[in-house]
Design a protein around this ligand. Structure first.
Ligand code: ADP
Ligand code: GN1
Ligand code: MG
Length: 371
């Protein structure tokens, strides 16, 4: 059945004729991603990414695709006027046969296709601080390129995505309902989350009262959502644009730190390996501030450590909620993976709390803030 659907979908996009290979690809937690290789006319293979969008999560896929068309067209214009290469520096959608930028298959799922970005890699863990610095530069730059994007035209693809207060309420509900009878096993994690409720409020409150501005942000800035040039090591293309929406710059910073400045994998079971590396934190801070090019307000800069702690806390809460609800949101490949992910996030939160003053000093140093 799956194979028949794949064939149907592939026929409905404007791909070359001869398919040589089709493999599941990448390690995203949300969509089903495939890499397709076709025989090219000159003998050189041509590759594409084909994705089935997650319909439980993205309830309005046509609106989602409108966002992606809008943002990639905008970026394309900016990249061309800066003398860059629009085929590599932003995602390029492949049209479907009917001219739409998506295809709805006979099972009701929505698909889209992108040019495969060649000669580039994306990492699941930082290998060298310089790579993390380069990724920060690119994420900061991405935010700057979108600074004057008409935010009102963007659809909210996932409601309350980084509304940490709402995430906190959803955790409480999941604990109350305990549909899988797992709450007893994770009393410590629940207590950890509930005892830090104030973390859920600070940034939300600052956004509501105007202390932190809403900008067009990426909202899912983990390291494997950026392609790095294989030859130069530079961050060339920000991908995974499903959650580009108005949001907080400190959250984009924080989400990168949560994932990339950790000394271990997101689902590492041996928690003695998990720390927030200040060396990596420093590399990212330097790159992000450079990439944002002076566009952040004083208040935003001062709240960057809070962004890191809040995003890590929020993600831990989301993993725990999903574990309690029966693993329905994030893809899992083994029993208890969401719980393992939750535990690494909470270990990082506790470590970041200890290191908050040092984080602030690093930021103040790069942002030239007098202490
Ligand atoms: P998810 O939302 O599930 O995380 P992504 O859009 O991030 O899906 O894609 C999953 C993975 O596929 C990425 O981490 C990356 O490895 C790879 N990928 C996605 N788009 C491209 C592309 N245009 N070129 C090369 N690799 C890509
Ligand atoms: C998901 O799509 P992916 O794998 O890049 C999630 C992020 C989480 C992240 C945790 C749309 O990111 O919000 O921070 O997993 N994306 C969505 O690894 O929920
Ligand atoms: Mg992704």
């Amino acid at each position: 059945m799956e194979q028949e659907i794949m064939q149907e979908v592939i026929q409905h996009f404007r791909f070359p004729e001869h398919l040589k290979e089709e493999i599941p690809y990448g390690s995203g937690h949300i969509n089903d991603t495939f890499r397709l290789t076709f025989e090219g006319e000159t003998g050189k293979p041509r590759r594409f990414i084909l994705q089935r969008m997650n319909k439980e999560i993205f309830l309005r896929p046509v609106e989602l695709m409108e966002n992606i068309v809008g943002v990639t067209t905008w970026l394309r214009g900016k990249i061309i006027s800066n003398g860059g290469d629009p085929e590599r520096e932003t995602l390029n959608l492949v049209p479907a046969a009917d001219g739409n930028c998506y295809y709805r298959d006979s099972a009701g799922d929505y698909w889209r296709a992108y040019l495969f970005i060649e000669d580039a890699v994306c990492y699941n863990q930082v290998e060298k601080p310089e790579d993390f610095y380069e990724s920060a530069l690119a994420f900061g730059h991405f935010q700057r390129l979108l600074a004057d994007y008409p935010a009102k035209t963007l659809h909210e693809t996932i409601k309350d995505f980084h509304n940490t207060e709402e995430r906190f309420l959803k955790l409480q509900k999941a604990v109350r309902e305990d549909v899988c009878k797992r709450a007893d096993k994770v009393k410590d994690e629940i207590a950890f989350a509930l005892s830090r409720e104030s973390l859920a409020h600070t940034l939300c409150r600052m956004q509501k009262n105007g202390e932190l501005p809403l900008r067009v942000t990426h909202n899912d800035t983990k390291l494997n959502n950026i392609m790095m040039d294989r030859a130069t090591g530079k961050g060339i293309c920000v991908i995974d644009l499903d959650t580009v929406m108005p949001g907080l710059a400190v959250n984009d910073f924080g989400d990168s730190i949560r994932f990339g400045a950790s000394t271990g994998a997101e689902d590492e079971r041996d928690l003695s390996k998990i720390w927030c590396s200040l060396e990596l934190f420093e590399a990212y801070t330097k790159g992000f501030l450079e990439g944002c090019g002076g566009s952040l307000t004083h208040e935003e800069i001062c709240m960057l450590p809070d962004g890191a702690i809040t995003m890590t806390y929020e993600c831990g809460i989301r993993f725990l909620t999903d574990y309690l609800s029966g693993d329905t949101y994030f893809k899992t490949h083994r029993e208890g993976q969401n719980l393992d992910r939750c535990r690494t996030q909470f270990k990082l939160v506790a470590d970041m709390e200890q290191k908050k003053q040092q984080m602030y000093e690093i930021i103040a140093n790069y942002a030239n803030i007098k202490q």
